[in-house]
Design a protein around this ligand. Structure first.
Ligand SMILES: [Zn+2]
Length: 405
């Protein structure tokens, strides 16, 4: 089904809109909370509702391996199984295939950190190269389960079938993600394969006649201008309800911004656009500025588990709570934050919990980081409506000259 998507205001390419799903509206730009295994780590649905989370993305690849889509279908679908009544998305598993395949061979993640001065994220994503655990051909992908070493096969049809059983509001077709280190030729053939798979996914989706679900298309093409344009054009001609920008976003943040600039102007104006796997504060502003409506990322929840907490201020709006300077700091993590954690607890207390390895530390830190993200995106939405997006971007110290019409 095509989801109603009402654009309320624009500022250059940035837009504030509402996407209406069968499980409620999503006000965009929106952060999509990652709940890979049908759970947002350390959070209950009650926590998530209280902090204003709008939508969760779970993962087809992981749920297929554990507990299996049939268990979830029998429970009444993903919403019921995880007790989340709000909007849900499922990612197709293409990125997981990538990270266990070419990503593993090349020892890289979404943005390759070839340059030593690149971001923390880049460094974290660089892994030791290993043997690829996937075999990709035109029919689909064979891969080894990371759980028990058994072989599995994903085809575009199978991935749709699994996601129909899971029952999320927004689902994605199988795609082949390339590594930033793949050359033009390989990236082109992977993109073309992704396009053929998109056609098969649509056919499978129509055949299964699933009501209440919407299929988004995925644009591929690595960090190559011609390929991104070509992919955006092709995917736009298909009857998708929205579009996700996937795959390798290049070797640097600038590459990623370029990818967005090559892709988004070639997508339909009246449909939502999702950026897969990006959610650092700086990236959010840059992506929204270029026309991204929703984005998902593990950063806020993953950072929370290691005691890295968002707090407005230089250099990067974050602090590491285990730092000894917080031992006697009785102020909240972020004085501007009105989340449960900041209203009730001090930096000194959080530091104590992390030092003592108390599980509550992770709960409180995750509540804060996700609340921070929700507040930030709400502020971004307001700024677009009030024609103050550029001003807000400057306030967060990531200002750059306006682009777009
Ligand atoms: Zn807080």
């Amino acid at each position: 089904m095509i989801l109603p998507f009402e654009i309320k205001a624009t500022s250059g390419y940035a837009r504030a809109a509402t996407l209406i799903t069968p499980h409620g509206p999503i006000n965009t730009p929106a952060f999509v909370v990652v709940g890979t295994l049908a759970s947002v780590k350390a959070m209950t649905p009650e926590h998530l509702r209280a902090l204003g989370a709008q939508v969760i993305i779970a993962n087809t690849y992981h749920l297929h391996l554990q507990p299996g889509e049939d268990v979830i279908a029998e429970a009444g679908g993903l919403h019921k199984f995880m007790a989340w009544g709000g909007p849900l998305m499922t990612d197709s598993g293409g990125f997981q295939v990538f990270s266990h395949g070419a990503g593993k061979e090349h020892g890289v993640g979404k943005i390759a950190s070839i340059f030593p001065e690149e971001t923390d994220r880049g460094r974290h994503l660089v892994k030791k190269p290993g043997k690829s655990l996937v075999k990709v051909n035109d029919d689909g992908v064979d891969f080894i389960s990371y759980l028990d070493g058994s072989w599995h096969r994903f085809t575009p049809e199978e991935v749709i079938k699994i996601q129909v059983k899971l029952g999320a509001d927004i689902i994605l077709p199988l795609d082949e993600c390339t590594s930033p280190l793949h050359d033009l030729d390989y990236t082109r053939s992977a993109m073309e394969r992704t396009h053929r798979w998109a056609l098969r996914a649509i056919e499978a989706f129509e055949r299964l006649n699933s009501t209440g679900q919407s299929l988004f298309g995925i644009v591929q093409g690595g960090a190559y201008e011609t390929l991104r344009q070509q992919s955006a054009h092709f995917i736009s001609t298909l009857p998708f309800a929205g579009f996700a920008i996937g795959g390798s976003l290049g070797k640097s943040k600038q590459d990623m911004y370029n990818v967005l600039e090559w892709t988004i102007p070639n997508l339909p104006q009246d449909k939502p656009r999702h950026l897969l796997g990006i959610g650092e504060i700086e990236d959010i502003f840059e992506a929204v500025k270029r026309g991204v409506d929703t984005f998902d990322c593990v950063t806020p929840t993953r950072m929370a588990r290691t005691g890295t907490l968002f707090s407005y201020g230089p250099p990067r709006h974050r602090l590491h709570i285990l730092n000894s300077r917080f031992r006697n700091d009785y102020s909240p993590i972020d004085p501007n934050c009105d989340c449960y954690t900041c209203r009730k607890f001090s930096r000194a207390y959080l530091r104590h919990l992390f030092s003592a390895k108390e599980p509550t530390a992770i709960v409180l830190a995750t509540i804060h980081n996700l609340s921070f993200m929700e507040r930030l995106t709400a502020e971004i939405r307001r700024s677009i409506t009030d024609c103050k997006f550029e001003e807000l971007m400057q306030k967060w110290a990531f200002g750059s000259p306006p682009i777009g019409p």
